[in-house]
Write a protein that binds this ligand. Structure first.
Ligand SMILES: [Zn+2]
Length: 310
């Protein structure tokens, strides 16, 4: 079969490899479509400490595919159910990940298949269903933000994650404002329930850009007594100089949000199927698997997500 494998930052190759063999309990999925996302682009450029440890590394984690004639999606990880984090209802400390969705076939490990593999509801397009993982992360973020009806919620980051967060915030009763981004994103923002603007003195601020500057901007933007959710990860060695005065004297709440849970994965699939927002607008490009390295090497300016077809 064909598969895209990452040899080193910037060195992605589509090659012939043996079809993966599922072990007991694993599920072999024939990929219909995989989607690119910001994490993949970041990994392509600078590698990834968790998701691309080997060389070559299997690559791609948002997908929709076929098992025994049924259309399915799966999240890219599953919790262990026994660690300290799982016992406390917090994020699992021992997540198992999958990778390799940029390929003809993908093995979903047993632990993920057991809790995070779902049949796609009828009438949901494969490209839309494949967004279940990032949308589940956004629902997790909104859960962590503890949004109240009427809260103003600033979102730093106007990419697909920012737009999905906006939809989740709007659905939770908040008023999302997307901060920054190019003017052409404004119309799209309104389709996902958001305005665009400066976001000053917001009740809640989501950092969804994954940069040091955005972490600092988030702490600057939030109102006194407000909540910041750090949604975008930084490199391990990052130590952004947070405004300690504001955190202490203005009683800010700072929270991290990472990844998703089985509950938010199920909720995300329902949210996609509801058709409440024009999810399909987030897929702006379509490429064949063989052309994926070219796309990553020189991503178009207007790229949100690309559908990658084997
Ligand atoms: Zn666990």
């Amino acid at each position: 079969m064909r598969a895209a494998r990452l040899y080193a930052p910037g060195d992605l190759r589509v090659e012939d490899v043996p079809r993966p063999e599922p072990g007991p309990g694993d599920v072999l999925v024939q990929i219909e479509v995989a989607l690119t996302d910001g994490t993949d682009l970041k990994t392509f450029r600078r590698g990834h400490p968790v998701l691309a440890q080997e060389s070559p590394a299997a690559f791609g984690h948002e997908f929709c595919g076929i098992v025994d004639g049924r259309r399915v999606v799966a999240a890219n990880s599953a919790p262990c159910g026994v660690c300290d984090g799982c016992a406390r209802g917090e994020q699992c400390r021992d997540l198992v990940f999958l990778a390799g969705a940029y390929a003809d076939w993908l093995v979903v490990p047993e632990r993920i298949a057991d809790v995070n593999l779902h049949e796609v509801p009828r009438d949901v397009e494969a490209e839309v269903a494949a967004m279940v993982e990032p949308l589940a992360c956004c629902l997790r973020g909104v859960e962590r933000a503890n949004i109240h009806a009427g809260d103003s919620v600033a979102i730093l980051g106007a990419g697909p994650i920012g737009l999905m967060l906006a939809a989740c915030v709007a659905d939770a009763g908040g008023w999302p404002v997307i901060v920054g981004g190019r003017p052409e994103r404004h119309q799209l923002a309104s389709l996902f329930g958001a305005e665009t603007g400066p976001g000053t003195a917001a009740d809640v601020v989501f950092e969804a850009a994954g940069t040091d500057e955005a972490w600092l901007d988030a702490v600057e933007l939030v109102r006194s007594g407000g909540t910041v959710v750090f949604f975008g990860g930084l490199p391990r060695e990052a130590r952004p100089p947070i405004d300690a005065y504001r955190v202490h004297y203005e009683e800010l709440t700072l929270r991290g949000s990472f990844h998703h849970t089985p509950a938010t994965v199920r909720a995300a699939l329902g949210f996609l199927a509801s058709g409440a927002y024009p999810w399909e607008r987030l897929v702006t490009h379509r490429v064949l698997l063989d052309d994926l390295p070219e796309l990553f090497a020189d991503p178009p300016r207007d790229l949100l997500k690309a559908a990658v077809v084997p």
